[in-house]
Design a protein around this ligand. Structure first.
Ligand code: PEP
Ligand code: MG
Length: 597
């Protein structure tokens, strides 16, 4: 596919600089050599399958093939937005891939090898590709020889799906390189060390998915949903990822590169300037204090949170401790990690959320707990998994109770939809407490506060009923928007419909906030809305006084709130809540923000 260049290109002395458009999800500009993920072939493991395991192995292969067909279909939809000739050419290629994945010689051959040779699916795919490639080569036909590359590409896709796209070895990449990939999971992204990786870009993925959130947390410039990204780019090509403009530039000409370098220097200077806000209080112009907390995924992000002067950790996504490993972290390991975080925060609150695995957040070690869901976002996810597999929850609660003895820890439950779920968790927690006491283990005293995420519209609508059973609410706007507007937060095709300012979303936030205030329990926002200064005035105007966000966003939000008058913001929020049109709401909010100093 080397010459299927697309996007807007223009010839320069240095070659062709290609400007590709995507969705900028994490601000900043990164410049560096390209590293194309999946450029290398995967090595298939080989082992024998016992007679009584053959049907399950065939089924595993069928699931991988289903996933591959879905991926190819998604890529085809995406590529239809390319300029005409490129769309046609790539469309033909993807149709051929789709055909190979549906009742073809490849598929029949793999199934036969699993059944007859009792081979595992990966080895069967590898053997069948080799055999097809050999028979094409024997025909000495140039057209068929070219098809071999397609068969191999389809085979690699099947292998990746079978092998669950195992942990990317980003640590071996040259310093400052830019990772380019068809898609990256949140778990892949968690492996990127910002001291080594400059930034990344993918063809798929939307702005509110966890890959995007992870990029923001790590402070890595990133562009997702980039049209035509992998066509004609080679390892080592110079690439610019502009996470603000949502653009990727491949092999920029010297003058274009200079422009990016200047802009990058300006951004870094601005960031350094914002650091001076660290010691200033988070207080509005008219004197109301606001709590600004940090969201953490990985323990190594803790320094960033301390650096920007966060008042605490408003959301610790513990699921990332379960990713990129074959085994599950046991109680001692979880206790040790949580204790380190709690102790480092030195008395400031740490809100540890129980597992939110499922949906797009996948952990290999938990693979056995799920069957392939038709609709992952609506399936076995978060608290639903924890209550179905109480051992997971018991271990987490035990670790949290133990870590709570070393500081200020709060427990947060994700995806709660009913009072019954909260009651059940409280019962399980009581059992765990008794068990730990019997073991003579030191636990938090008093017991940690237990709060819930309000991120399902049903929970928001029954917030007044849930409040008496909870010690606090944390509004998860990411999922609240996804479920209220029926928009997959990780799908770039509908990214433009994902609107935090939709009146339905704002009403749910307002209703939840008022329910919490009436019940006299704290309420915070820890979705991505909290970290965007565009929304600060509105959220404060609705009564929110606690926001939790990626540490990198904290200084800009602090700057915004220090410049705003809360009485004015409340008045503007009231006007906004009378509106039914998103455009009008956006205009009213932007006017208010523009008028700020
Ligand atoms: C949310 O849904 O807003 C949230 C904070 O949870 P997550 O992004 O981890 O789903
Ligand atoms: Mg959520």
């Amino acid at each position: 596919m080397a010459d299927r260049a697309s996007g807007r290109g223009r010839a320069t002395k240095a070659g062709v600089d290609r400007l590709l458009r995507g969705v900028g999800v994490s601000s900043g500009i990164a410049i560096g050599p390209a590293h194309v993920v999946d450029a290398g072939a995967l090595l298939a493991p080989e082992y024998a399958i016992p007679e009584d395991g053959l049907e399950a192995e065939v089924q595993r292969f069928a699931t991988a093939a289903d996933k591959a067909r879905r991926q190819v279909r998604k890529l085809k939809t995406k590529s239809s937005a390319l300029p005409d000739s490129a769309a046609e050419e790539i469309g033909i290629l993807l149709d051929a891939h789709f055909a190979m994945l549906s009742g073809s010689r490849l598929m029949r051959g793999v199934e036969k090898r699993i059944r007859q040779d009792k081979l595992n699916a990966e080895a069967a795919v590898q053997a069948e590709i080799t055999s097809i490639a050999q028979s094409f080569a024997d025909m000495e036909d140039a057209y068929l020889a070219a098809r071999v590359a397609d068969v191999r590409e389809v085979g690699q896709r099947l292998l990746r799906n079978l092998m669950q796209h195992k942990y990317q070895a980003f640590s071996f990449l040259p310093e400052g390189c830019i990772v380019l990939a068809e898609d990256l999971s949140p778990a892949d992204t968690a492996l990127m060390d910002p001291r080594r990786i400059g930034g990344f870009a993918t063809m798929l993925g939307g702005p509110e998915g966890h890959t995007a959130i992870m990029a923001r947390s790590l402070g890595l410039p990133a562009v997702l949903g980039t049209l035509g990204l992998l066509q004609g780019v080679q390892n080592g090509d110079t690439v610019v990822v502009d996470g603000i403009a949502g653009q990727v530039c491949v092999n920029p000409s010297p003058d274009v590169l200079d422009g990016y370098r200047r802009r990058r220097a300006e951004l870094l200077a601005e960031r350094a300037q914002l650091k001076t806000l660290r010691k200033l209080p988070a207080i509005t112009r008219d004197g109301t204090a606001v709590t600004l907390n940090a969201n953490l995924e990985l323990p190594r992000e803790l320094d960033g949170a301390l650096d920007v002067g966060a008042s605490g950790v408003g959301l610790l996504r513990t699921e990332f401790l379960f990713m990129n490993r074959e085994d599950l972290p046991d109680e001692d390991e979880q206790t040790e990690i949580l204790t380190r975080i709690v102790a480092s925060m030195d008395g400031k609150p740490v809100t540890a959320r129980t597992l939110d695995i499922g949906g797009e957040k996948i952990a290999t070690a938990l693979r056995g707990y799920f069957s392939e869901p038709t609709n992952p976002a609506l399936g076995l996810r978060a608290i639903r998994l924890s209550l179905k597999e109480p051992k997971l929850l018991e271990t987490q609660l035990a670790a949290m109770l133990r870590a709570g003895a070393h500081g200020n820890l709060r427990i947060l439950l994700p995806m709660i939809s009913s009072v019954a779920e909260v009651r059940r968790v409280r019962e399980i927690m009581a059992t765990v407490v008794r068990r730990l006491r019997r073991r003579g283990v030191k636990i938090a005293h008093p017991l940690p506060k237990l709060g819930i995420m309000i991120e399902i519209p049903g929970a928001a609508l029954s917030a007044d009923g849930l409040a008496p059973f909870c010690d606090f609410f944390a509004i998860g706007t990411n999922d609240l928007i996804q479920y209220t507007l029926a928009i997959d937060r990780g799908d770039e095709q509908v990214a433009d419909l994902y609107d935090p300012l939709h009146p339905a979303v704002l009403r749910l936030v307002q209703f939840t906030t008022e329910a919490a205030l009436r019940a006299r329990i704290p309420v915070s926002i820890c979705g991505e809305m909290a970290g965007d200064p565009r929304y600060t005035a509105l959220l404060l105007g609705l009564g929110i006084r606690e926001l939790s966000m990626a540490p990198n966003n904290l200084p800009v939000v602090k700057r915004r709130l220090r410049g705003l008058d809360l009485v004015e913001a409340t008045r503007r929020a009231r006007t906004i809540m009378d509106q039914t049109d998103q455009g009008r709401i956006a205009a009213l909010l932007d006017d208010f923000n523009d008028a700020a100093v």
